[in-house]
Write a protein that binds this ligand. Structure first.
Ligand code: ARG
Length: 451
């Protein structure tokens, strides 16, 4: 009698919905079918089940697949529900499918099988984003743009240089996602509940059938490990942090009139008729919050869990699904916004020298003429302090000369020609001179893009 009661323990009760992961498991429905098939084939190859029995099970799985996740009987999770459906289809022989395994190695295999595909999708969108950044960078290699530090005008750069800076970050995001893919892509099957199995299973065979690169060696580790989800979600958190910074820069550049998001990626105001708002970029920026929340959710769920399987793990998984879905969508949207937005070269140029942002280039020119850089810095700082924010090149040149008289006791033109100074004070000339590898000069940007 007790056995019957225990078998029925999922038949009802107030905690039924709380315990079941069946709805969330729709995501791993196809994965579970693949895992069931691989396991069944291996069992037959090893003579653990008969060929006819395996054939019946595989036929049952085909039926279950055609009917779809929605047709599954109610159950504690997709693994139990698919097994029940197969048994209903082909009779008690269907129960042989669960020989030499547990739901613990089964669910871990399903999550890894699905997650590796999701990671590849995410990595692919990072490639699309990188391509959008690099294409726009190439188109604007020589478009001069104000560069900021601390949100203050700092040095003129180029749109190409600014965008390439994010292409570099996204390149590392791709690499991190692929590293997480490698960690994910190993098979826990054959670990059973956590203690291995008495059956003569071929773990390498199920791994190969499912396209895994190898097996998780230790049976307990196989059932327990979810660090691959942490690794993937951390990579996604990093990616969305990159996206959020890019979004903020583009939002600021839109506000200043440098960048104009296309209508597809902008929104209007319901009351202010003149507004074109960069809403997609704001939403993409917010996704960094969701994904770092998912990472925190995962880590705090996993922290302190003992070996081996604990049901807490069921609530860890959805954080990983949410993170990869949100990050992938946000990456796609930002790639589209970058690819379709336009840069206003005149608006960029108009502000490129603002706030005496050519000052560093002037100090470099003085240092190149033999004045110690620290002294040159002092001369230029003195001239900057005396200049109004919107000072033109003529005013700055005059200020620089009087600062030189004061600091050096002689005219600036003892060191540099008028032409050299004019070039250093011109934003385009200032950028063109910074042609060190990885620098903002159009020629350097073109070289970097080629590399
Ligand atoms: N549904 C569970 C999960 O998502 C897997 C089943 C393992 N359950 C168990 N009682 N051992 O983690």
């Amino acid at each position: 009698a007790e056995t019957v009661v225990r078998r029925d323990r999922f038949a009802g009760g107030p905690a039924r919905g709380f315990m079941s992961s069946l709805a969330a498991d729709e995501r791993i429905f196809a994965a579970d079918l693949a895992v069931d098939r691989a396991h069944t084939v291996m069992l037959a190859e090893r003579g653990i089940v008969g060929d006819d029995e395996a054939a019946a099970i595989l036929a049952g799985l085909d039926e279950v697949e055609s009917a779809g996740h929605g047709a599954l009987p109610d159950g504690e999770d997709v693994h139990e529900a698919i097994e029940s459906a197969v048994v209903a289809e082909v009779g008690p022989v269907g129960g042989k499918m669960h020989t030499a395994r547990s739901r613990n190695d089964e669910v871990a295999a399903c999550i890894r099988y699905r997650y590796r595909a999701d990671l590849l999708d995410a990595a692919e969108t990072t490639l699309a984003l990188r391509e959008a950044l690099l294409d726009a960078a190439a188109a604007h290699a020589d478009t001069v743009l104000p560069g900021f530090t601390h949100r203050q005008y700092a040095q003129p750069v180029t749109v190409g240089h600014f965008l390439s800076s994010y292409a570099g970050a996204v390149e590392r995001d791709t690499a991190r996602l692929l590293a997480a893919f490698d960690t994910t892509n190993v098979s826990p099957l054959g670990g059973a509940a956590f203690g291995g199995t008495t059956f003569d299973v071929d773990r390498e065979r199920t791994a190969a059938l499912l396209g895994f690169d190898g097996v998780v060696e230790n049976a307990t580790d196989a059932a327990s490990a979810r660090d691959f989800l942490v690794e993937g979600t951390a990579a996604l958190a990093n990616l969305t942090a990159t996206l959020s910074g890019l979004a903020t820069d583009l939002i600021e550049h839109a506000k200043d009139g440098y960048f104009d998001p296309s209508d597809d990626y902008a929104s209007t105001s319901s009351i202010m008729p003149q507004k074109v708002n960069p809403d997609t970029l704001e939403l993409a920026r917010a996704v960094a919050g969701d994904v770092s929340g998912d990472l925190t959710g995962l880590l705090t769920t996993l922290k302190g869990l003992p070996r081996a399987y604990n049901r807490d793990l069921q609530r860890a998984t959805p954080h990983a699904w949410d993170a990869v879905d949100d990050a992938t969508e946000a990456t796609e949207v930002v790639a589209g916004a970058v690819a379709t937005g336009e840069w206003d070269a005149d608006a960029c140029a108009a502000d490129a020298g603002a706030g005496f942002s050519t000052a560093t280039g002037v100090a470099d020119a003085l240092a190149a003429a033999g004045i110690p850089f620290r002294t040159a810095h002092e001369v230029v700082a003195e001239a900057a302090a005396a200049a109004p924010d919107d000072a033109d090149a003529g005013t700055l040149a005059a200020n620089l000369d009087s600062a030189a008289q004061e600091v050096l006791g002689e005219s600036l033109y003892e060191y540099v020609s008028e032409e050299t100074l004019d070039t250093a004070l011109d934003p385009a000339g200032s950028v063109a001179a910074r042609d060190s590898r990885g620098g903002p000069a159009p020629a350097a940007v073109v070289d970097s893009l080629a590399r």
